[in-house]
Design a protein around this ligand. Sequence first.
Ligand SMILES: [Fe+2]
Ligand SMILES: [Fe+2]
Length: 396
Amino acid sequence: MQKDVFVIAHVSDLHASTFGDTFHDGARMIRRSAKPRPVDPKKYEVVWEEAGWRVFHQRGKKASAIILIDPEDYEHAIPTARKSGGVEDPVERAAKKACRVEARTARTLSKGLPSKGALEYLAESTPNNANLRLIRAARAIDPAAVDAVFITGDLTDDGDGYELVREAFRPWLERGTLFAVPGNHDLYLFPLFGSSRPRPTFETKRAGFRAFAAELGLVLEPSGLWHRYLPEPNIYLVGLDSCARTQPRFFRHNGGVGEAQLLALQEIAKRPEWTAARHRIVGLHHHVVPLPHGVGRRAPSEIGMRLDDAPRVAKVMDELRVDLVLHGHRHVSEERQPAGTRFRILASPSLTLGCRSGDGPSYWRISVSQHIRVERTYLSFAPIEDADDAVTPEIA
Ligand SMILES: [Fe+2]
Ligand SMILES: [Fe+2]
């Protein structure tokens, strides 16, 4: 028997990270050494320790000769007295920073999600923190009213933080209705290094997404796509990897679906379930058509951002009678049906950072029955401060 209405939350661009810092908020990036910092116990003594963080003092030197080392042995800068609100003692400053950073790591948060009050307390001093925003955003989606969640890429900011994504969306993970495709932040590299350590490579990033997809029960085909027929709502879902080809250049994040995935999609479309499905829904990260940031605004530059084979992808999806295309990437919320296509497109903004229009975070609530009905659903918090600042104007 078919359920009357099956509800999918289309969310995107979570940008979870090791510490909750993001390239979009580059001024607040957590800086740490590129390599582990060896500490010679003959020269240094431990003066403070908690949760694997250590403050060392150099033996025989003045009190300020200290270093802060994290649980993975990387060194962190110690804030000045002015930056830490007038705390004079350097050890106290280092310890305070360690506690502040540790409490917001994806690893620590995922071990036991904080209560509503604790989350508010943590967010008060770091309102831009993407990890905290992710927990808050996921909690705004009611598992009793939403049957499935589809994340269209940039789950992480730099390939780290999947454990938090998993915990934030656990109700759907347990039902087997959490779906995801990778984004450029999950698979490509950046010329400016973030705080992920060891520094990610193409191989570690791809392995990270593959492991996450496996946890979700998604079977990635050799071409990179996955597909799932859901009998009860009678819909067919396909996830495409829009970073299937190698990164064009280090500083460019153009996507490409590629012929291998399109061929695989054409094979899937020969299945009787595909033809009989009430709706065929395809998710990918990159946008199919350029997106302005709002009424009266021009679409921003496509340099380093676009889906290079968009016309070909659109043609194949149209031929195969795809009904709905879900994507993220530009951090813009929009619904449209482009000229010349029969499919509709839903662009989802960042669920954590917000929409480039200036709107706060939102997601698309897709009600699937005989017809598909969509509603933009706003969360109750603001976009990150300085989201459009000059530091990283074209990162998505
Ligand atoms: Fe992106
Ligand atoms: Fe993004």
